[in-house]
Design a binder for this molecule. Structure first.
Ligand code: ATP
Ligand code: BTN
Length: 244
């Protein structure tokens, strides 16, 4: 169930705000903001977060089981974001392992899952989602990779509130089931929108590079990479994936 939904005009980071609220109870905490002064991506990178032009959303959730089931969570959240957008008629979406949402091959949304707690007992998880709706040019200029937003990329006849409502409905239902089911039930849905399936890619693990062909994901959400020495499973964390 939903315990709290807060909408801030401005905040440092919706993820940081919910992390300050741990330990969580048994209901979900939802935090939204119109802008973030210190929006964060993976590996401490900044997430460009101008006022009223995107969605900055975090959900705080307590998982009571072991944390290993959470390995595939950010992939499942990617599917939830894609499916919420597809429900509203958006076409051209795909997912880049482990956690980027692309629109027409350019980054539309990012997902940042952070955990705290004892990994054998209850684990408090903050799931942050940023979706570009209409980025002003001067803000977008700070982004170091091809990006997209919903309004410049096509016809979008829905408000941010409708998208947030659709996404939250999906997330709250799915999170309740996730603890029991894990990533396995999401695998086919993830592979249906896999941006790099069958493509030559390079995996970069802190400077250690491995080239191969992207071959989907396994039942735990690890990337499957076909290399000269067989299929390797690549786990998330600090790994980054590029087209070769
Ligand atoms: P990988 O995680 O595989 O390295 P990535 O390059 O997308 O992929 P992340 O750390 O996941 O890296 O995401 C942060 C990156 O997202 C930043 O380096 C920046 O280039 C980009 N970025 C920042 N803000 C936005 C935004 N609003 N929209 C799209 N991209 C953004
Ligand atoms: C990434 O692609 O690296 C993840 C970006 C995640 C951005 C969202 S915006 C809402 C939430 N609050 C943050 O500070 N980050 C996430």
């Amino acid at each position: 169930h939903l315990d709290e939904l807060a909408i801030h005009r401005s905040i440092d980071s919706t993820n940081a705000e919910l992390r300050r609220r741990t330990p969580f109870g048994n209901g979900a905490l939802v935090c939204l903001a119109e802008s973030q002064s210190a929006g964060r991506g993976r590996r401490g990178r900044a997430w460009v977060s101008p006022f009223a032009s995107s969605i900055y959303l975090s959900v705080g959730w307590r998982f009571n089981g072991g944390a290993e089931v959470l390995e595939g969570l950010s992939l499942s959240v990617g599917v939830m974001v894609c499916e919420a957008l597809q429900d509203l008629g958006v076409e051209g979406l795909s997912l880049k392992w482990p956690n980027d949402v692309y629109l027409n091959g350019k980054k539309l949304a990012g997902i940042l899952v952070e955990m705290s707690g004892d990994f054998s007992g209850p684990c408090d998880v903050v799931i942050g989602v940023g979706i570009n709706v209409r980025l002003p040019d001067e803000q977008a200029a700070k982004i170091e990779q091809p990006w997209s937003d919903l309004q410049t990329s096509g016809e979008v006849h829905f408000s941010r509130s409708i998208l947030v409502a659709k996404l939250l409905n999906r997330m709250l239902m799915a999170l309740a089931a996730y603890e029991e089911e894990g990533f396995a039930v999401w695998r086919d849905r993830w592979e249906a929108v896999d941006a790099f399936a069958g493509r030559r890619v390079v995996v970069d693990n802190n400077g250690q590079r491995l080239a191969g062909e992207a071959a989907g994901v396994d039942a735990r959400g690890a990337l499957l990479l076909k290399t000269n020495s067989g299929v390797q499973s690549i786990y998330g964390g600090e790994v980054s994936l590029r087209l070769q």
